[in-house]
Design a protein around this ligand. Structure first.
Ligand SMILES: Cc1cc2nc3c(=O)[nH]c(=O)nc-3n(C[C@H](O)[C@H](O)[C@H](O)COP(=O)(O)OP(=O)(O)OC[C@H]3O[C@@H](n4cnc5c(N)ncnc54)[C@H](O)[C@@H]3O)c2cc1C
Length: 406
């Protein structure tokens, strides 16, 4: 006789789907307020390669407010105080973080898995925090027009997590937002990214950030003993690039950064190169009764400016500030859920507008260009006047409407 597969049921105040920057930070902050929280992460660890690496001054400020900054900065990381681009062989400094009104006047580069491990380690010390790895939410459970939990697949079998509030923090391909039928406004992106590692050798330039030549662009992130490289290509052009063969790609990389010559052979097969499709979108409404979306699940960010992690963390802080005190008493009214969108929609929209502006005015023309490239006028203006460099540093480093731990 078949034994029915009866799911295990877990009851909690808040179920957070997704252990990325938004989900882990929110889980940590809610547990810190005494709210019982279950975070579900579908992978068995945080150790995946295709994660952004930037921890911005505003996120470092939050660490400072939490009393965790020294412990955080004790982990291996690199610091950058300025942002430069090499366009057509000319080096232009575009951002200077040293004037920011924050404790840390730099961007910290730390592999995101280390950042998430750090949050998980500190959160686990709190009895209200429960992290379940290898737990993939597959659907929402709705009763009487309200989301009351999620169905979860785990190696041990099915699980139902029932909660006063479900938070979708499961990223730009969010299952939860798709299953809940929330309407997405697609904004679009003209590029995709090829993600690859190349060896770093003594004598390499330090903190090299962006290199642009006709038709292609390379961003290199210093990860200590290797370069994490993001090579931008026009959207949908990966197959055409593959058809040209790996030697052609290697030559393009050397063209952008000649010091890579002799190392690009480390890219042995196309398996060494991951295609990351870039999406930019935003939900019309971030919540419905019993459910709230935050981070990329509410607004997928372009990699331009490397601000997505920061925005995801800021959403988490706003959610914790607004809903944490209410959640202690049980379910949250839909009007109160809407307050999170009211608080975070403006900074999100402003950031996405700027990203789209840069995509359209700078990245698309450069990716289409066949001849020699030169910096657009606004880039020259920033490079020429040190005072103007504070503006991009502020937008990238702090963003619009920064949040603080209450
Ligand atoms: C190519 C590229 C490069 C980027 N580089 C940067 C950068 O350098 N700096 C920067 O700030 N931003 C960068 N971004 C943007 C940044 O990655 C995102 O904005 C940010 O990670 C969003 O955080 P999040 O927590 O909302 O979502 P995510 O980081 O996507 O986290 C979602 C988590 O949910 C888990 N999950 C998904 N589905 C489920 C499910 N059904 N059940 C359980 N768990 C689930 C995932 O495994 C993941 O751990 C980049 C984006 C792209 C595309």
């Amino acid at each position: 006789m078949d034994v029915p597969n009866v799911p295990e049921t877990v009851q909690t105040r808040c179920c957070i789907v997704g252990g990325g920057p938004a989900g882990m930070m929110l889980g940590f902050l809610l547990a810190r307020q005494g709210v019982d929280v279950v975070v579900l992460e579908k992978h068995s660890d945080f150790l995946r390669d295709f994660r952004g690496d930037t921890i911005h001054p505003s996120t470092l400020e939050l660490m400072h407010e939490l009393g965790l900054l020294d412990a955080f900065l004790a982990r291996p990381h690199q610091e950058t105080r300025t942002v430069s681009l090499v366009i057509g062989g000319e080096t232009l400094m575009l951002g200077d973080f040293t004037h920011l009104p924050t404790t840390c006047k730099f961007i910290a580069f730390m592999p995101q898995w280390d950042f998430l491990d750090f949050l998980a380690d500190h959160a686990r010390a709190n009895p209200h925090f429960h992290l379940r790895m290898q737990a993939e939410a597959t659907d929402v459970i709705a009763e009487a027009g309200r989301v009351v939990g999620v169905r979860v697949s785990t190696p041990q079998g099915l699980l139902e997590v029932r909660a006063d509030l479900v938070v979708a923090a499961d990223g730009r391909r969010s299952t939860i937002r798709e299953r809940s039928g929330l309407e997405v406004m697609n904004i679009g992106a003209p590029m995709d990214v090829l993600w690859m590692r190349l060896p770093k050798l003594p004598g390499d330039p330090s903190q090299l950030l962006g290199r642009i030549e006709a038709g292609h662009m390379l961003v290199m992130i210093d990860r200590g003993d290797y370069w994490q490289c993001a090579y931008l290509i026009a959207k949908g052009s990966f197959e055409a690039l593959k058809a040209q063969g790996l030697p052609a790609l290697r030559a393009k990389l050397v063209d952008l950064a000649p010091f890579l010559s002799g190392r690009v052979e480390e890219l042995r097969t196309w398996e060494d190169i991951k295609l990351l499709t870039v999406e930019v979108d935003r939900l019309k409404t971030w919540s419905k009764p019993g459910l709230l979306c935050i981070g990329d699940a509410a607004h997928a960010m372009s990699p331009v400016g490397g601000v997505g992690i920061n925005l995801a963390v800021q959403d988490a802080v706003a959610t914790s500030n607004i809903l944490g005190p209410l959640l202690k008493d049980g379910p949250v009214d839909p009007k109160q859920l809407a307050l999170v969108q009211q608080r975070r929609e403006w900074p999100t929209e402003m950031t996405q507008r700027l990203q789209v502006l840069l995509q359209n005015r700078m990245i698309t023309p450069l990716l289409k260009s066949k001849g020699p490239v030169s910096a657009p006028w606004f880039v020259r203006l920033l490079a020429r006047w040190p005072y103007f460099r504070r503006l991009p540093a502020r937008v990238i480093g702090i963003g619009f409407r920064p949040e603080h731990i209450r």
